[in-house]
Design a protein around this ligand. Structure first.
Ligand code: HAM
Length: 426
């Protein structure tokens, strides 16, 4: 016997009915950005490797350890996209989108790839909903972007997450802070690998999870205390607008993101019930990214929200299903005379926007009713010889067990309010 195939390690699959929840979460996370005028952009799933090396940062784990990189037949080095922002910037520059109306607002959704060690909530193919607002450093735009992410999670029903917020400064104040932090780290008792990390990106040492390291970081200087006048004022205004919008946050001056491009406003959404993989989304400003990719000096801010982890967080919070059942009506033909009328009825219900299926293979009443129950449909529509003769059907409400004889022409009216009840009833 040959071994059967399995999906690649660390790659989740979403099968019905859970896949309905996946799609509903993707839509709910995108909806606030859609309502704020962010246009959809569909991007390549692979790009030039150097785009990510330059955009995301050569020293990040994402680029140095986790990229799926391959050579195409022409000898070019390509990588599966580990994140979305670099690709959006590449596309903006390539198509001169920044020459149009600013801010340019774009959103996207789809799979990203990181060769991480798989565990619950950490996958090698991960799904994000993202948004990017390009070409304005108005703090009101920062607040809008943060609020849209917050609204996306709330639209999925989540209530227990925390928004962690900080400012990472700019090209004017970050270098001085970095020097200060480097000088502080030099005096600590660190192993050689950590010293090397401190040389490449001292901020990342603040994120070291080991208690032996954390114990030494209590007095480490924080960016938040060393912002320049402009960054301080910008951050104050961002927080002002968040307050105006009723968005709650927690200051997290030690917030360290896994990507190198962040400046000023930086944030992460953390869910306390998810254990080690608690980040359900994150983002921030990246004012130097466009220029670093060979484009003009145009600023930007955006977010990436994790669809997989949002699904897990919804489970942990015990939330009811977001998506309606696959079908609302289940049509049961009894006897050959009912076949043609039922084919027409199924068509008619679907044309009226009622998700409908039917039994196949001539199953009897008992088997058909069992199938109707299993399908999740609220209504069974049963047609036997009598019903064919009178142009009626038995319409049974499977939630209450109530059953009525209904003229075929009136079935849509009987079922439709129920269909709306179920979809709106979460
Ligand atoms: P990120 O923080 O690397 O940001 O990823 C965003 C979200 O994607 C995370 O908070 C998490 O929910 C989810 N995620 C990341 N890696 C995994 C994984 N291995 N398994 C499951 N979920 C994962 C970015 O990607 C930035 N491009 C966001 C951004 C947009 N910043 C500015 N604009």
């Amino acid at each position: 016997m040959s071994a059967s195939f399995q999906a690649p390690k660390g790659v989740p699959e979403y099968l019905p009915p859970q896949s309905g929840e996946f799609l509903a979460v993707q839509v709910a996370l995108s909806r606030p950005a859609e309502l704020a005028g962010y246009g959809y952009i569909e991007l390549p799933v692979f790009e030039d490797t150097s785009l990510f090396a330059r955009g995301v940062g050569e020293s990040t784990d994402v680029v140095s350890k986790e990229m799926y990189t391959f050579e195409d037949r022409g000898g070019r080095s390509l990588s599966l996209r580990p994140e979305g922002t670099a690709g959006v910037m590449r596309s903006v520059i390539e198509h001169n989108l920044h020459r149009g109306q600013l801010p340019l607002k774009l959103r996207y959704a789809g799979p990203f790839f990181r060769a991480e060690r798989p565990q619950k909530g950490r996958y090698r193919q991960l799904q994000q909903v993202g948004a990017e607002a390009i070409g304005s450093d108005d703090p009101r735009l920062d607040a809008e972007v943060v609020a849209l992410a917050d609204a996306g999670f709330r639209g999925c029903g989540l209530t227990q997450f925390t928004l962690l917020l900080t400012s990472l400064g700019c090209a004017a104040c970050r270098p001085a802070y970095r020097a200060l932090l480097t000088a502080f780290l030099v005096d600590l008792d660190l192993d050689e690998a950590t010293r090397e990390r401190a040389r490449l990106n001292p901020l990342r040492v603040l994120d070291d999870k080991r208690s032996s390291v954390q114990a030494q970081l209590g007095d480490a200087p924080l960016m938040a205390d060393h912002l320049c006048q402009e960054c301080r004022q910008h951050y104050d205004e961002v927080r002002h607008y968040l307050t105006v919008m009723g968005v709650a946050w927690t200051e997290q001056p030690r917030l360290v993101r896994g990507l190198d491009y962040y400046t000023r406003t930086t944030f992460e959404f953390s869910h306390p019930l998810l254990g080690a993989q608690s980040a359900i989304g994150g983002g921030g400003r990246y004012d130097g990214l466009m220029a670093a990719l060979g484009g003009p000096e145009v600023s930007g801010i955006g977010f990436g929200l994790g669809v997989d982890r949002t699904l897990l967080a919804r489970e942990e919070e015990g939330l009811p299903a977001l998506a309606p059942p696959l079908v609302t009506a289940f049509v049961v033909p009894l006897g050959p005379a009912a076949d043609d009328p039922c084919v027409r009825l199924v068509d008619r219900l679907r044309a009226a926007g009622i998700a409908t299926t039917s039994t196949f293979g001539g199953r009897g009443l008992k088997g058909s009713m069992k199938a109707a129950d299993r399908s999740g449909a609220r209504w069974a529509v049963i047609v036997g010889e009598d019903e064919v003769a009178h142009a009626t059907a038995q319409v049974k409400d499977l939630t209450t067990g109530e059953q009525h004889t209904v003229p075929v022409d009136e079935i849509v009216e009987v079922i439709h309010p129920g269909a709306i009840d179920r979809e709106g009833g979460h």
